[in-house]
Design a protein around this ligand. Structure first.
Ligand code: SAM
Length: 238
């Protein structure tokens, strides 16, 4: 595998990174969203996806990876929880009529989640690992997605966030897209402590993007249909 080593080393403290990874792994909710909601959050049109190579990072117990493959994409998920999926599913905790949901009342109409059956039927689609070290060559992937991990509330985590953004940009090819969401942006909707933590995470994402200018970055922020939240599309142009 060809991999440019240590692309983020000058900006990330290795010890802090390890601590923040452990912290986020311990505290972040394993609850997961339905594929349709994630696709909508990122404004992904399934009819335009065919043939893409996609990594869904921190993909959790969502059936987004299954959905991508159903829509002609060669996609796999990377999550630290996949090394022990049994206890990981116990942490998810929220099953509702076979759905794995964060907020059951909001998504009662969505189809039954395909995560567990796809995990069993296609184990190679679910890779145990960290966002900060993706098992791919430089410039080999068309799209990286990250839903509800980089922007999830769990303290600022600047080293983890910066390392994750750099790693996604490393594996993307020219024209490749990194979808991140959901973002808050609208401060009025959320209690103030949540907002401060989320904004710190979002600022770290923007710092990483600023530091990555040599790979040519274009960004676009768009509103989603979910709770008035937003998404961020980062395109690598060189
Ligand atoms: C709130 S869940 C989101 C799951 C899915 N993306 C979704 O939106 O439904 C957050 C996920 O991040 C994963 N995670 C936390 N730290 C990680 C890391 N360093 N590398 C990979 N995954 C990580 C957790 O195991 C968990 O599955």
């Amino acid at each position: 595998m060809s991999r440019s080593v240590g692309i983020y080393e000058p900006f990330v403290d290795a010890v802090a990174l390890e601590g923040q990874q452990a912290e986020i792994a311990k505290n972040i909710s394993a609850s997961s969203f339905p594929a349709q909601l994630i696709a909508e959050c990122f404004h992904i049109d399934p009819s335009r996806l065919s043939g893409e190579r996609v990594i869904d990072t921190a993909s959790g117990a969502s059936d987004f990876v299954w959905w991508l493959n159903e829509n002609g994409v060669s996609a796999y998920g990377v999550d630290i929880g996949y090394d022990d999926v049994g206890s990981f599913l116990e942490r998810v905790g929220l099953f509702h009529d076979g759905h794995i949901l964060t907020a059951p009342d909001e998504f009662k109409g969505v189809p039954k989640s395909r995560f567990t059956e796809d995990f069993d039927a296609n184990p190679s689609r679910y890779v145990a690992g960290s966002i900060v070290e993706l098992p791919e060559d430089d410039g080999s992937i068309d799209r990286v997605t990250n839903h509800s991990c980089l922007t999830a509330v769990n303290g600022p985590m600047p080293d983890f966030t910066i390392a994750s953004v750099f790693e996604a940009l490393r594996v993307l090819n020219r024209g490749g897209i990194f979808n991140i969401g959901p973002l808050l942006l609208d401060r009025r909707k959320f209690p103030s402590e949540t907002v401060v933590e989320c904004f710190e995470r979002e600022e770290a994402i923007y710092s990483a993007i600023d530091l990555s200018h040599e790979v040519g970055i274009k960004t676009k922020v768009a509103k989603t249909n979910f709770c008035g939240l937003w998404n961020l599309t980062v395109t690598r142009t060189k």
